[in-house]
Design a protein around this ligand. Structure first.
Ligand code: HEM
Length: 110
């Protein structure tokens, strides 16, 4: 979603974000940033507002130390597009010993 947004969303691992206090991060998550793409995530959720936003504050604090394993775990929760699903299908077919679909010669882009 960040593409084409102005102002650009910050890199949450960076100084600009990490030097904000926990309270400031919490406030921004709850209220958003006016006149930008940053929406407000506050409101009355199942546990009342606040809980999830404090979890997000801790998440943002953890981002600079994110391990490769955690990154891959997060990747698995990302929505999948048709290309990802096709690739996954091909991997499963291959693992189950099915012949891999060959592209006809000359079908690739230049
Ligand atoms: C769980 C989701 C999100 C969290 C926890 C989050 C958190 C934050 C925080 C803490 C900031 C301020 C950081 C700073 O100023 O350095 C920020 C800024 C911003 N966010 Fe988000 N954000 C989320 C989702 C989004 C989404 C979905 C969009 C847009 C589609 C967005 C767009 C922006 C923009 C444009 C800013 C910068 C505003 C400015 O220039 O002051 N954010 N976000």
């Amino acid at each position: 979603m960040a593409h084409g947004l102005y102002p650009k969303p910050p890199d949450l691992r960076g100084q600009r974000t990490q030097k904000l206090s926990d309270g400031e991060l919490f406030w921004i998550i709850e209220n958003g940033v006016r006149f930008t793409g940053m929406p407000a995530f506050g409101g009355t959720g199942e546990h009342g507002s606040g809980d999830d936003s404090w979890k997000l504050v801790r998440f943002i604090r953890h981002l600079p130390q994110l391990t490769m394993e955690e990154r891959m775990e997060m990747d698995r929760y990302n929505p999948k597009g048709p290309d990802d699903r096709k690739e996954e299908q091909e991997e499963n077919d291959f693992l189950q010993g099915q012949p891999v679909q060959q592209k006809p010669p000359g079908a690739h882009h230049h």
